[in-house]
Design a protein. Sequence first.
Lengths: 468, 535
Amino acid sequence: MNQSYKPTKEDFQPAAKSVRAEQISRPSLSYWQDAWRRLKKNTRALISLYIIIGLALFTLAGPFLWNVDPALQDLNQISQAPSWPKQAILVDPYQRWGGIVLDNFPAEPDDYLDIIPAPTNLRVVDVATTKRVRITWDPVVGAGGYSVYRNQRAPETINDLGLPLGVTDGGNEVSFEDRLNLEQREYFYSIVPTDGFDESDTYITLVVLPDLAITMSEARERNLLAQDTKLGDSIAIEFHPFGTDYLGRDMLARLMEGAQVSLFIGIFAPLLFVLFGIIYGGFAGYFGGQFDSLLMRFADFVVALPFLLFMILFKIAFGIGPGESGVMPMLLALVLLGWPSTARLVRGQVLQIRENAFIEAARLLGAKDHYLIIRHIIPNTMGVILVTLTFAVPSAIFTEAFLSFIGMGVAPPTPSWGSMCNEGVKTMLSHPHELFFPALFISITVLAFNLLGDGLTEALDSRMRSKE
Amino acid sequence: MKYLLFLMTLWSAITSAQAPVTSADFEEQTISIALTQEPPQLNSMKATDQVSNFILPHIMEGLVRYDRRGRIVPGVAYKWEIDPDGMGATFWLRENALWSDGKPVTANDFVFAWRTTLAPETASEYAFILFPIKNAEAANKGKAKLTDIGVTAIDDYTIRVELERPTAYFIKLTAFATYFPVREDFFNSRGDSYAADAQDLLFNGPFRLTEWVHSASLKMEKNETYWDKEKITLNEINAAYITEDSRARLNLFIDGKIVHTRLDGETYKDALTQKQRIRSFSTGSIFFLEYNHRAGRITDNLNLRRAIQHTFDSDKFVNNVLATPGNLAAESLFPVWLQGVDDKFRKEYPAEVAVVNKGLAAEYLAKAKSELGIEEFPALILLSGNTPTATKQAEYLQGLLKSRLGLDIKIDKQTFKQRLAKMTSGDFDFVLAGWGPDFDDIMTFGDLFASWNLNNRGRYSNPDYDEQVRIALNNVDPKTRMEAMAKLQKIIHDDAVILPMYEQGVIYLMNSKVRGVVRRVVGPDPDYTYSRVIK
């Protein structure tokens, strides 16, 4: 019982015309515009980008704004912690001090006592300044000399007297002048009597707070003098916002100068070898076959080459003698020996991607090799590439640091963040700022590159587009 | 020969035979110490290193020895006489000086030791210290027979020494380890293994070596056959640890396992925080900037050297750059401890010090430029060690010379061995160098820049200088010798031969229960011979 549909005439009328059948709902975005748009949404990546721009400004524009010679030594302010601007008192140039030797007291004791009492009346002579601290005390019977100690905190026991500054060789030599690296801080001076050989178990302690002082000639040399300043006046001395290092050099200026070396090596070397690695790996992976194995075996060969040996060879080839900067051979060695890892990663990715269906589809639609590589393959390997790049940046900075340490990188007095760290480690406990700042800058740089890399990976990954 | 003037920090395992309970025992009168290295062997004729030169004077004794105050006192010889013309000396030996096997120490033992040391086949590096003896140098070079050497045993207890030339300090030399006696029959019975182990050595010193566990420990016990044993209080010195690691030694000290350790720039702050009582001591070594005086070198120019002399402030350098206690600003090649005629040499003949003066320095620099016929100085190479302290010093000099004189300096950091090789070949403009004394006489420093001295690595050559050295070498009258040395001191200053930088001081920890330990500039350091443990 077939009952078929009977068309009516209405069925053959044209449908109502839809005016807006196809509307482009979003503005057309190119690949890079899209990536930028997505990057902007990623706060972490954006902050990192600003930090990197900031670092670039710090490196390039910083030295013009903070116009201090990074190699200038200031022995008045050695290993100063970061602080506000300081004032110093103008004093006379240093005059040798004869000390106090008593005529009416024996130099050698008449009798060796088991216990020599502690000297009394320990006091400061003149004004204590960071140029010199002069102390004197009353002699004790039985002493054949005195030992002078200095500590930075109040001594708790006889074993806690601090640095042995010196000894006097007679029971009548009752004064001492300390000039050893004095800073503007409290010092605890202790005097221990000796019988000429061994120290007694008694001591007396005095607290001294020296005034920060600068001599007229030093001030003149450093252009710190105004027209009418005279002895005894307070003048502002050089301001070191980040403190100074072990030779009194300005840390901020050194960080800026060091950034030039560290960032140059840290950014250029990875960029160059990653770029080369991409091209190399891309070729190998895309064309495959015999060509691929040939290229990859060569990459294996390069991996086996020792970096340090090449560094030395380049240094000799470049004619770089002792005490000269080895930054250019370092860059060359890093680039020539660093690319295989990127090339391998990119090749692996390319091998995988080129087998994907969308590549086949594009090829069927008539896409050429170069279009396929640029539009489809490279963007898909971007994640790997950026990860390699962000990891290569810190490793290049650290390589530079290591090479500078063994004397193959920057030559003193030129600093780099790495060499500054190496110097800072030695005084980590007493002057932490010398390690902290360069280490902080390396960390920030590395972190910023990593986070930006993360952001870029997400932004550039074309697969992420569909997930929104 | 110089000490190895550098510090090496290598991680090495700490080994101990039997860790003692306390480092200093009052009841038993024993102490424990740590050595930095194991002595290669304890053959007094061949010893060159510091550890051997520390142990040997504890277990052996020469004709004379040093007392607590560093004076020369009788050792095996109870008296001696120097010929009026200074060309010879006679020593009379005490009959109660015995070897550890009970046999007496005789004149022949000295004659045998000195001859063997000088024999070319022994190849002793310290043979040169015997060279003041007649024919010694010739015999060492194989040009004279060993029997021609100017030392004879007149009888068992009398030694007669003929000298090559009058040597004022010959008596002091006989306290040195190379001059110690060796008994022929014992030496021959041991053959190649002589002094390689505790039982392969005879002792005539205050202590005897009773135990030597290789690369682990050594033990010295009081020598009951020593003639002067009444003066020795300590029963045992136990070198229970051998480690080069200064931090490990500091920990051993803090744990009460050893009585002494030397501190360096890295460990002294730890010692401070650990509330340890730090002591300081002047090693008697001098450190200086040595110029390359070879013809054609820029540093051969006197006015350039003078410009640097008027720029460098050793006082500031010691206080602010070195900044560890114990160092002294150097003013001369001669350290302050050297003895002059009646008092210290430097008190009798104060050294002239160049004032730091920017204008004067600039004048000299301009003169140097016109003499050399150059507009700008090329970059100069400063050879330095690779330790942190050496690097810091080099960087300071680099900054100083750049900012004050506009000189560009390149720092060439090298290991000790490599630095020595470069110094010898003359591959430098300046070098940070040092010199430690071998014996207690001004000549240990004085002949350093004589044109024939192989350690004069800057190849400084000045007939006037050589003349003064010869005067001091060939005379015995202290006045004449010191006058010559004073002239020499002036030549060094006027000719700016070197730039004296500092006299080295070291800081160390010493257990306060141990008293009477002597720190020495020459001789064993530290010297525990006369020390004792108090309650």
